[in-house]
Design a protein around this ligand. Sequence first.
Ligand code: TXE
Length: 489
Amino acid sequence: MNQKQMFINGQWLSAESGQTRTIINPFNQQVIAEVAEGNEKDTQYAIDAARQAFDKGDWRHTPALERGKLVSKIAELIERDKQELAELETLDTGKTLTESIADMEDIAEVFRYYGGLADKDGGEVIESPIPDSRSKVVREPVGVCGQITPWNYPLLQAAWKIAPALAAGNTLIIKPSEITPLTTIKVTELIEEAGVPAGVANLILGSGAKTGQMLAESHLVDLISFTGGIETGRKVMTAASSNFKKIALELGGKNPNIVFDDAEFDTAVDQAMNAIFFHSGQVCSAGARLLVQETIHDEFVAALVERTKQIKLGNGFEDTTQSGPLISEEHREKVENYVTIGINEGAELEIGGKRPKGADLQQGFFFEPTIFTNCHTSMRIVQEETFGPILTIERFETEEQAIQLANDSKYGLAGAVWTKDIRKAERVSSELRMGTVWINDFHPYFAQAPWGGYKSSGIGRELGKLGLEEYTEVKHVFENTNPQPLQWF
Ligand code: TXE
C-alpha cells in the first residue's frame, strides 16, 4: 500500500520521523490507507513555508479576479473527480455513498461561490469629515491561516475553510482529523493541479495534540480556524491567545427541534427522524433534542418509535443502507456511556440503546438508533453533545415554555420550529438564541448563508460573505491631500 504524504511548500513529503498511521474503514475495520504521521518538526516546516509564501510570495498581490479563477478551477476539478472523492469519504467515514456524493456537490459549490466572491469587495470610500483629505477602507488577507477539521464531514469542513482563505489571498496549513484524512489529501492534489503556487496551501497530517496544538500556539500563524469538540476548542482558544491570533471556532451544538400540535404531523415526524439519525447523529447541527407539545406527545413518540424500528444500518456502499457506523470504537463507547447516563438520570429508553445484533454489523462500530422520553433540561443527556444516534424527547405546554426550554442550553448552534401558524413560528424564531433557525424544515445549509453558533457553539461565521470576511483584515487608509505643519510643538 502506497503511503499518502503531506504537502509542504509544493512538495509531497513523508514525516521527518518516518512514522505513519494506519487508516481504517469504520464499517469493517479493514485497513484502507497508510498515511504520514507528522509531528512538531513537520508542522514547523509547514508554518515556515506558509509564512514565507505569504510574506515574500506573490499570492496576496495576485489580483483577486485571478485568485477567484483558481478557486473556481478547484471547484471544476472536484466535480470531475466527484465519484472518486465520494467513495473515499464513504470508505473513511462509513457514511452512505449517496450522502458522500451530496457532500461533494456541496463542496464544489462552496469553491465556486468563493471563486465568484473573491473580487466582489472593492473596498469603500468614506466621506471624510476632515477637509482636504481622502479616506477609504480596504480588506486585506489576514496572513498565515491554521485550519483544523473534524472527522464527521472531513472534506466539507475543509472546503468551508480552504476556499475563502485562498479567495482572500491568505496562505494556509490545513490539518484534517487524523482518522479521516483521505479526501483532504486528494483535494490537496487537486489544489496543486489547479496551479495554486507552492507554499500557499500546505497539508499537515498527524495528531491534534502535536500538529493542531502547534498551529494554534505558533506566533507565525495569524489566524486559527477550528471545527471540533468543545474541550479541544477551549485548548485551541487558550493556545491562540499566545499572540492574540484571530480565531474562528465551530464547536457543535445540542439542537432543539420544536414541534407544536398544529404542525403537519407526518412531515414533522419524518423530518424529526432525519434531524437526528442522519449520519448516525454525528452532525454538529443534529436535532438531538425533540421538544413536543403535550397534546400530541404520545402519538408523536409512537410514530417515531415505529419508524425507528425500520432504519436499515449497513455498508455505506449498499443502496439499501440508510445509516452507517459510528466513526470509531472510542466514539461508540462514548455514545454507549451516554445511554447509561440517561437511564441513571431517569430518562425512559423507548428503543435502541445498544449495539445491533446483525452478523454483517459485528465488525463495524454500529450503534442502534436510540430514543429517550421523559427527558428534562437538568439531565446531562439533554445538555451534552452525545454526537451519536440518541434522541431525547421533552414535553412542553405553551409557546413560552418551548422557548425557555430550547434556550436552556450552553450551546446555540441551530434549532427548528414546526407549526402552520407562521406568526408563531416567527415569534419563536426571533427568541431562539441560535446561529441558524429553520422554520418547517431541518438541516438545510448552503454556501450563500452564514453558519456558526451563539454562546458556547463557537465564535465567528463560516460560509456566506461573512465566511470570506473572517479571512480578511480591515484597513482604513487616510490621505491628507494638503499637508501643513500643525505648529503645536
Ligand atoms: O474531536 P476533536 P474528537 C464533538 C463531538 C465528539 C467530540 C470529541 O461531541 O464526540 O467533539 O471528538 C484536532 N489542538 N465534535 O475528540 O478533538 C483533531 O486532531 C489542536 C463536534 O474527535 O475536537 C481534529 O483534527 N487541535 C464537531 C480536530 O481537532 C487538536 C465535530 C477535532 O478533534 C487538539 C467533531 C489540540 N490540542 C467532534 N486535539 C463539530 N463541531 O461538528 C485534537 N485536535
